[in-house]
Write a protein that binds this ligand. Structure first.
Ligand SMILES: [Zn+2]
Length: 175
């Protein structure tokens, strides 16, 4: 159901272009924002939760729970995977992280500029990179579908698997 005006907006708006996920450019600012969100929700960003969030924010790729446990082990004593899972559950509940179902891996959403809009995560099956993109048209279309179904979404996230622009280039070179 193509709508010309909407399609035009989608193509022309620069900010709608998918862009790579963090690593967070300014970790202090990112963590301050996370603290503020937790305060507003009346919950605490404990040291462990903060450490897990920081690891997610500094990774250019989604991380699995065991990967996180390994990463955090090198700094101090090993963090038990159950502790990591609990921290991740908390971060997801507060809207600070998202679990990519198709990869069973986690990403930070603190720096996500989409707020409560629908987000499409573009997941490269070659290099594992993830980009996120959003647009008013996508949000509108999804809201439409949800409204018609009377469905209350927990998140408005779409996962699209495939190959990023860089990896398509590599595979062409090989041929
Ligand atoms: Zn790629």
């Amino acid at each position: 159901m193509a709508h010309p005006a909407t399609y035009k907006a989608l193509v022309e708006s620069k900010s709608d272009r998918p862009h790579p996920l963090p690593p967070s450019k300014d970790m202090t600012q990112t963590l301050a924002r996370a603290e503020a969100i937790c305060r507003a929700h009346g919950v605490r960003l404990t040291r462990i939760r903060r450490t897990v969030l920081q690891a997610l924010c500094s990774s250019p790729k989604p991380l699995g729970a065991y990967e996180l446990a390994d990463m955090l082990a090198s700094n101090a004593r090993r963090m038990a995977p159950i502790t990591v899972y609990r921290a991740l559950d908390f971060l997801i509940e507060q809207g600070l992280a998202h679990r990519l179902a198709s990869r069973n891996a986690y990403i930070s959403t603190v720096d996500s500029d989409s707020g409560r809009d629908a987000v499409a995560y573009l997941i490269c099956e070659s290099c594992g990179s993830v980009s996120e993109g959003s647009s008013a048209a996508l949000t509108g279309a999804l809201s439409d579908i949800l409204l018609r179904a009377g469905f209350e979404p927990r998140s408005k996230v779409l996962e699209v698997a495939g190959h990023c622009a860089a990896c398509q280039g590599h595979s062409q070179e090989r041929h």
